[in-house]
Ligand binder design. Structure first.
Ligand SMILES: NC(=O)c1ccc[n+]([C@@H]2O[C@H](COP(=O)([O-])OP(=O)(O)OC[C@H]3O[C@@H](n4cnc5c(N)ncnc54)[C@H](OP(=O)(O)O)[C@@H]3O)[C@@H](O)[C@H]2O)c1
Length: 306
């Protein structure tokens, strides 16, 4: 099969579009012929290889989100069959979606409804699991609460803005000037142009903050807008002191079918729509990584694989 091979840690030029062996379905697994795969922030972090992202074997195939059609079924798989349209997110410690095929544990993939394209399903996987885990399972956001969601134009934050609004919250978000209308369109009540206004001038009015941007300045400011007893959930790191009178929480994102199906229910109910999507081919992975790494993408980068 064709795949994007990470030949060593380093810059985007370490990615090579080439040929590798087809995967085989082990017990409890299916092989999915991938139609679309998406790029996540984690992908360039693994490519760089710092800290916990260090790999010990190359070539390595990056990629966590995929959507496609089951082409082989391993022993013991009873709930999926060849020809089923499915999508999912690779298990913790596994990657391999920048490819024409992937072998994956059947229990963690979900059936793709016809109402979502493969591109949309691949775009929604990890961002939805992350936003659902942060907003519902970690912050336990309730109707009537106020939340600041940092970086509303990003994949995870864009899903979180819609979800928090659906739950009945007042949603404040941050974005650059070019993305203000996009984030308002996702349902945010107030979008602050972080280049033009210091977002901390809203004062300590928030019950919760979801920081998807990270970095010291954004994190320090995020603590300032919380009420005493508030909660901050983060998915992008920062140094510096946490505020003692609020809870600082790291969402523990599970890659499971139940959360994918919760996302599908929200999409079917019209509560959440897929993000803005920029289309790429696997052969253009180097360019896709350059854009992802610059961290000003609106929505998601998706590879149209076949
Ligand atoms: N399980 C996990 O823990 C988990 C899962 C998924 C993602 N993540 C991490 O979460 C982070 C977010 O990922 P993502 O894919 O959703 O988005 P991303 O691609 O990292 O972020 C892009 C967005 O960030 C916005 N942005 C950049 N600087 C900003 C600033 N100073 N203030 C406000 N917005 C800013 C950009 O909008 P503008 O152009 O408008 O600035 C852009 O839309 C990444 O670090 C990723 O690795 C963690």
């Amino acid at each position: 099969m064709k795949a994007v091979l990470l030949t060593n840690h380093g810059g985007p030029e370490m990615l090579r579009y080439g040929e590798t062996a087809d995967p085989v379905a082990g017990p409890g697994e299916v092989v999915v012929d991938i139609h679309a795969a998406s790029v996540n922030g984690a992908d360039y972090k693994v490519r760089r290889g710092k800290g916990r992202y260090l790999l010990n074997k190359f070539p390595h195939i990056l990629g966590r989100d995929f959507s496609g059609v089951v082409s082989a079924v391993g022993a013991g798989v009873n709930d999926l069959k060849v020809g089923d349209a499915v999508f999912g997110v690779t298990d913790v410690g596994q990657e391999g979606a920048y490819a024409e095929k992937i072998a994956i544990k059947a229990a963690i993939v979900a059936k793709k409804p016809a109402s979502l394209s493969h591109t949309e399903a691949a775009a929604l996987g990890l961002i939805s699991l992350t936003a659902l885990t942060a907003i519902e399972d970690t912050l336990h956001l309730q109707a009537g609460q106020t939340i600041l969601i940092q970086g509303g134009a990003g994949g995870v934050a864009g899903f979180a803005v819609q979800l928090a609004k659906h739950l009945g919250c007042k949603v404040i978000s941050t974005a650059s000037a070019a993305n203000l209308a996009y984030v308002r369109g996702l349902g945010a009540d107030q979008v602050i142009d972080y280049n033009a206004q210091d977002f901390t001038t809203i004062g300590p009015i928030c019950d919760a903050v979801f920081d998807t941007v990270g970095g010291d300045a954004v994190r320090a400011g995020s603590y300032k807008v919380l009420k005493p007893g508030g909660k901050l959930a983060w998915i992008s790191p920062a140094e510096g002191e946490a505020r003692a009178d609020v809870e600082t929480l790291r969402p523990d994102v599970k890659r499971d079918r139940a959360h994918l199906e919760r996302m599908l229910a929200l999409v079917a109910a019209g509560a959440v729509k897929p993000p803005a999507i920029a289309h790429y081919k696997l052969a253009d992975a180097i360019e896709a990584h350059r854009i992802s790494e610059a961290r000003h993408l609106r929505g998601k980068l998706v590879f149209d694989v076949r």
